[in-house]
Write a protein that binds this ligand. Structure first.
Ligand SMILES: C[S@@+](CC[C@H](N)C(=O)[O-])C[C@H]1O[C@@H](n2cnc3c(N)ncnc32)[C@H](O)[C@@H]1O
Ligand SMILES: [Zn+2]
Length: 177
């Protein structure tokens, strides 16, 4: 009988194109660029399962980490990125990426030139509507750190305007009341 080598089972998800790796960073594990990217370049899709707000509430009770990982997907639903790279995307108050919604897909887009080895971060507030209750104490370490990450309406006006120019704030977040 011919024995084949056992494949190593990955313990952390990998980016399908191999452009991003999951590594230890300041805030736990995070996404690190395996190559450089231009500003405005589309980097990778955040995959996952679309779940209702009720399901997200049920995660909070079972494992708050799972609830915190969910990303607003539209007016009524969230994306649960568990098992995919999106579960490791950290926040920064001075991010180098943002998320763009293209049809049903959520894509990580560079909003600054990114060098190989840089951590990829986005500003969580761009996907937190006024009707979301989640906040987070921030440890991004940037000089413009806001201290607490809150919903889109609490962003400084100039920051919001800049993000909107990059197309990284979806309409359903701006419209949420
Ligand atoms: C999508 S996960 C990112 C992966 C996470 N760092 C890990 O190791 O599992 C989101 C969680 O990471 C942590 N996190 C991300 N950005 C952060 C930041 N700027 N300051 C403090 N904690 C952060 C928070 O615990 C947050 O709920
Ligand atoms: Zn911060």
């Amino acid at each position: 009988m011919k024995l084949t080598k056992l494949k190593k089972i990955p313990t952390t998800p990998t980016d399908p194109r191999g452009w991003i790796a999951v590594k230890k960073v300041t805030n736990g594990r995070g996404l690190v660029a395996v190559r450089s990217f231009r500003a405005n370049q589309l980097i990778s899709e955040i995959e996952g399962r679309v779940v209702t707000a009720e399901e997200v509430w049920s995660y909070w009770k079972a494992d708050p980490r799972l609830g915190a990982n969910c990303i607003r997907y539209d007016a009524d639903n969230f994306l649960n990125p568990e098992g995919h790279i999106g579960a490791f995307a950290n926040h920064s108050c001075n991010p180098n990426t943002g998320l763009v919604k293209r049809g049903r897909r959520l894509i990580i887009k560079a909003i600054a030139p990114i060098a190989k080895g840089d951590e990829l971060t986005h500003d969580y507030s761009t996907f937190i509507g006024a009707d979301d209750v989640w906040t987070m104490r921030c440890n991004c370490g940037e000089k413009q750190c806001r201290g607490t990450v809150r919903n889109i309406k609490k962003l400084p006006k100039a920051t919001l305007a800049r993000y909107r120019k990059f197309g990284i704030v979806p309409d359903f977040i701006l419209k949420a009341r």
